[in-house]
Ligand binder design. Structure first.
Ligand code: COA
Length: 241
């Protein structure tokens, strides 16, 4: 089995299988707390467009994990969002509006915390990390970070921020193992306004965690992808990867 990492490119041959893996991962994660009506909006087209936009975004970099040359997960690193550093009335906020498969949506987030971690041009935010459920818990998420974070260090970056749903215990364990420590909380206000005027709200608690890049590298030093993990992936997937 060959495991490789490549940068995301604006190529349908790469983005299409990645969108499918992203959709499966997102669906599994959201099953417990998003309504079936809302989940129905997250179509393959939605993930395709999202990845296409990421590939065009000059302020972030996306590393794609491939197994036997098939894209099956990714991590995205971006500059610290403006709403972290430009507070309005003591609170930072971000508002994004758009259309989601025919529905108008607005995404709103506010961040209000004591800034005891550096938020400068040497800090990046890990925006998204999603692996296909078929290959989760085999060490590949750790592998993806262990191969990409040292590259960020070479480029002069010094620390990382991550936001995750406060109820996502698996993600919390994962980030803790890499050296992240939660230091603040915020909330995500997602709302989707349906065409007939009915509005569905989804509000979730979000934890914000931080690590220096040196700390993350040292936490991951002993967690190299072993042959045991590779065997686990093969056993979980049969011939699919
Ligand atoms: C979170 C994610 C990227 C982790 O990648 P992964 O390859 O599955 O994780 P690893 O196998 O490298 O696990 C490292 C550690 O994280 C923790 N962990 C990861 N997945 C876990 C799970 N499903 N249940 C419990 N602990 C988990 C464990 O402590 C694990 O160490 P261990 O196996 O020695 O106990 C991946 O599971 C994923 O894509 N999840 C869905 C999307 C998501 O939650 N993304 C984060 C949103 S902010």
């Amino acid at each position: 089995m060959k495991v490789s990492i490549r940068c995301l490119e604006k190529k349908l041959s790469q983005i299409l299988p990645l969108a499918e893996a992203y959709q499966r991962s997102y669906n599994k994660l959201s099953q417990g707390y998003k309504s079936p009506e809302e989940m129905a909006l997250y179509t393959k087209g939605y993930f395709l467009k999202k990845l296409w936009k990421m590939a065009e975004d000059k302020d972030s970099v996306v590393a794609v994990l491939n197994i036997n040359d098939r894209p099956c997960g990714f991590v995205r690193y971006s500059a610290i969002p403006e709403y972290y550093t430009c507070p309005v009335n003591g609170q930072s906020r971000d508002l994004e509006k758009g259309m989601l498969d025919g529905f108008e949506f607005a995404w709103y987030r506010k961040v209000n915390f004591e800034r005891d971690v550096p938020l400068n041009n040497k800090t990046l935010i890990v925006n998204q990390i999603y692996l296909d459920p078929k290959i989760q818990r085999c060490g590949l998420g750790t592998y993806l970070l262990s191969k990409t974070i040292p590259e960020l260090k070479k480029q002069g970056y010094e620390s990382l921020i991550i936001e995750y749903n406060a109820h996502n215990e698996n993600a919390e364990k994962f980030y803790k193992g890499i050296g992240f420590r939660a230091f603040a909380k915020t909330q995500d206000f997602d709302h989707i306004i349906k065409k007939d005027g009915q509005t569905t709200f989804c509000i979730s608690d979000v934890a914000i965690a931080h690590t220096t890049i040196d700390n993350a590298i040292s936490c991951m030093r002993d967690k190299q992808l072993s042959k045991t993990y590779i065997t686990m992936v093969q056993q979980k997937n049969g011939q699919s990867y």
